[in-house]
Design a protein around this ligand. Structure first.
Ligand code: 572
Ligand code: ZN
Length: 332
């Protein structure tokens, strides 16, 4: 092999290997990227632990990683908006067809979409990776590669807030999966006004009342990120009549919830599937300093130590674990 392209490849559940693969050539509409920073997502860990998520089953070796940023090293013949040296954030979902979803601007819903590290599509936890140039977004000088990688999870939040109708002055309840004091501390540091730690036998209606007491009003919008039945119940009871409950966390396929209570109070229950059209807004938010994602990165590992990095994530230590893919630049 002429030049190395060290990659984190999942062969089967529990079998994650760091191995060399060929450096790919960009197609006409693609760019070749030297990867810099790739965050580990819960789904990467889930594929590693279980070999599948729902109907998406690993059948052949797959490169993991979909929260990524890197530098352009080569551009395809039809690419005019990027040049070698440009630093970019990668949007991992690239529609394959100009179908009705695509035409409506909801390309995330297209059933044939390519998505990094969703079987059988390879991800970008490697040294060199090719991607559709239209889904690579140039980073301003004041936005780091790690912030660029964090645009992917930030996009989930942006899309959820957009679909929920969150705006300036909205009263929002976020149900999060984390009860660890350290994580809650960071949530507070990054903007949460109040926090409520749930105990095992708190009832859903009782918790909804507590939320109202703490906020001084019922939230207009609840963003439910746990997927846990009791939390979805709390979300529905807690939300103000005429409000919105946004389901972001995914749990059991069948769940018992106070549906009639929600229906007669005109509480809309909505869902999200990843995101679409979020990268430009995310870049503006980061570049202007309106959001600060930097404290979320708690661990860094060189790509060679990807297995340790996955173990760290799996143990629930820290918040975001970053893999550093450029041998010569391990900076944020
Ligand atoms: O960052 C995107 C993302 N999406 C996740 C999980 C983690 N990260 N999803 C949950 C799993 N679904 S899925 O439909 N699927 C495996 C395609 O069950 C996609 C969204
Ligand atoms: Zn993810």
């Amino acid at each position: 092999m002429a030049e190395e392209n060290l990659s984190a490849v999942l062969y089967a559940k529990g079998d994650l290997r760091i191995e060399n693969r060929p450096i790919p050539e960009p197609g006409p509409n693609e760019v070749l990227l030297q990867m810099h920073s790739v965050g580990i997502c819960g789904s990467d860990v889930h594929y590693w632990q279980h070999g599948q998520i729902g109907d998406f089953v690993l059948k052949k070796p797959m490169v993991l990683g979909h929260e990524a940023a890197g530098r352009v090293v080569k551009v395809g013949s039809a690419v005019s908006h990027l040049k070698p040296g440009d630093r970019v954030a990668i949007e991992p979902g690239v529609p394959r067809d100009m179908d009705e979803f695509f035409k409506r601007g909801q390309y995330n819903l297209s059933p044939t979409i390519f998505f990094c590290a969703t079987p059988p599509d390879h991800g970008n936890l490697c040294r060199y990776y090719t991607h559709n140039a239209n889904f690579c977004y140039k980073l301003p000088d004041n936005v780091t590669f790690e912030e660029g990688a964090l645009i992917e999870p930030l996009s989930v939040g942006i899309h959820a807030c957009r679909r929920a109708g969150v705006t300036l002055g909205s009263t929002v309840l976020i149900c999060g999966a984390d009860l660890f004091a350290e994580r809650l501390g960071v949530a507070k540091e990054l903007g949460a006004d109040f926090q409520l730690t749930v105990k095992k036998d708190d009832g859903a209606q009782q918790l909804a009342k507590k939320v109202e007491e703490i906020l001084g009003a019922q939230p207009q919008i609840t963003i439910e990120c746990t997927g846990v039945e009791s939390c979805i119940q709390t979300a529905l009871y807690a939300t103000c009549s005429g409000g919105v409950v946004m389901l972001v966390g995914l749990g059991a396929a069948m769940t018992t919830v106070p549906l009639v209570n929600a229906a007669v109070r005109e509480v809309d229950i909505r869902g999200v599937f990843r995101y679409c059209n979020t990268w430009p807004m995310a870049i503006a938010m980061l570049s202007s300093g309106k959001v600060n994602v930097k404290p979320l990165v708690t661990h860094r590992f060189p790509l060679e130590q990807a297995v340790q990095a996955f173990e760290t994530t799996h143990q629930g230590l820290g918040i975001k674990v970053m893999l550093k893919c450029d041998k010569n630049d391990q900076n944020p």
